[in-house]
Design a protein around this ligand. Structure first.
Ligand code: TQI
Ligand code: ZN
Ligand code: ZN
Length: 378
């Protein structure tokens, strides 16, 4: 097949797709081991308090019995620390199985391995966490600190809101300004740079952080580049859709975008004729969240929610995103508690009808296209 046939085929495939949903990862709800689910508000309240109840186990050790300890055993079983073999109706006894579960847990979370429910261990247990087991078939899935991969998919720590990366990496205390630079080989236009500037501004609005573009790619805190296929970090891009972009947790600073996407720089992405159109600012806002230390959120409105559709725009930080980033960096003293006013999202529900014109408006798009095939080592 020659190149023009390939291009034709690619177009045929892309037009046959409906809005494509990109899903990074989904999270099971872990509330299942909490006692007596009530409803609505009361449920959230009861759950919060059930977790607090775990904190009352401080100092518990082997041989004794403590009311509610069986809930903690279910928690450990859920995450692989107690085998699923029967008996599965647990007692409130602090038994050997529980002690070894605690030890394994402490080891995984780099805590003092005492087998005792000390405060640090309980604090770790009540933190929101990922729904995946830590231990599968007796083998821990958790990397130890000295084996950190260059690109580590986070094991999300989540319940019903934002998450952080394991170990809560962030830019150092006292960081006021982060610089960013674009990979020189991409030679991006002013309008593309402006999209990134707008995305950074959304995070700056709610924190004390500021962002400044600098010319020095390797001197910058955050390095942004469009690459295709294998580009040297072991996480090759996959062509149109699938993975759109990836960013590393603090303080790595690498932010890579798949050059093969149909990036929409300006214009109403929701009206794009291209089924594969992806809104650049939406992805940039999401990836900057990762660069700053946020994992995914289970709140659907959040920009850190791990799903986006092609031809969709989602750029306004939700309350959950704001809470997450302010947990890490504190609040911007000028932030008035609302992001909605600063950057209204285009409402797709009116079909994009332009009220000042006669008849439906014709959207003008700017698509970002690259003439290169491959870059490596960035
Ligand atoms: N890229 C994934 C993402 O950014 C890559 C990834 C998975 C990742 N887990 C991660 C990056 C943890 C950093 C940390 O989520 S993606 C979305 C979303 C992608 C996905 O191309 O699949 C967005 C890029 F969340 F909508 F699915 C942008 Cl907005
Ligand atoms: Zn990369
Ligand atoms: Zn993500």
């Amino acid at each position: 097949m020659n190149q023009s046939q390939l291009i034709t085929l690619a177009f045929a495939i892309s037009f046959s797709l409906a809005n494509v949903v990109v899903s990074a990862r989904l999270f099971p709800n872990i509330s299942s081991f909490l006692p007596e689910p009530a409803h609505g508000h009361a449920q959230a309240y009861a759950q919060a308090h059930a977790w607090d109840a775990f904190l009352n186990f401080a100092g518990c050790h082997r041989g004794d019995s403590y009311h509610g300890l069986k809930n903690l055993k279910s928690y450990f079983q859920r995450f692989g620390y107690i085998p699923h073999a029967p008996p599965s109706n647990f007692s409130d006894e602090f038994d050997d199985a529980l002690e070894s579960a605690i030890k394994a847990y402490q080891k995984n979370f780099n805590l003092n391995v005492s087998g005792v429910l000390d405060a640090a261990t309980l604090q770790q247990i009540v933190l929101p966490r990922c729904g995946n087991a830590d231990i599968i078939n007796g083998t821990t899935t958790m990397k130890k600190e000295n084996e950190t991969a260059s690109f580590t998919k986070p094991r999300f720590h989540t319940v019903a809101h934002y998450t952080l990366f394991p170990g809560m990496p962030r830019w150092p205390e006292g960081t006021e300004e982060l610089t960013y630079a674009f990979f020189p080989g991409n030679d991006l236009s002013e309008s593309v740079r402006a999209v990134f500037a707008a995305a950074f501004a959304r995070w700056a609005e709610v924190t004390r952080l500021t962002f400044r573009e600098t010319a020095s790619y390797f001197g910058a805190d955050i390095r942004i580049g469009f690459f295709s296929g294998d580009h040297g970090d072991g996480e090759p891009f996959d062509g149109s859709l699938g993975t759109l972009a990836h960013a590393f947790s603090p303080t790595n600073g690498r932010f890579h975008l798949d050059a093969a996407e149909d990036w929409v720089v300006s214009g109403d992405v929701t009206r794009s004729a291209l089924a594969t159109a992806v809104d650049l600012e939406s992805v940039a806002v999401h990836e900057i969240g990762h660069l700053l230390g946020l994992g995914h959120s289970s709140v659907e409105e959040a920009v850190m929610f791990p799903t986006i559709s092609s031809r969709k725009k989602k750029v306004v930080l939700a309350k959950d995103d704001v809470e997450g980033i302010q947990f890490l960096y504190g609040s911007n003293p000028n932030y008035n508690g609302s992001t909605a006013t600063s950057a209204p999202e285009r409402d797709a529900s009116n079909g994009g009808i332009c009220v000042t014109c006669v008849g439906p408006s014709r959207s003008v798009f700017t698509l970002l296209t690259f003439a290169f095939a491959h870059f490596a080592l960035l």
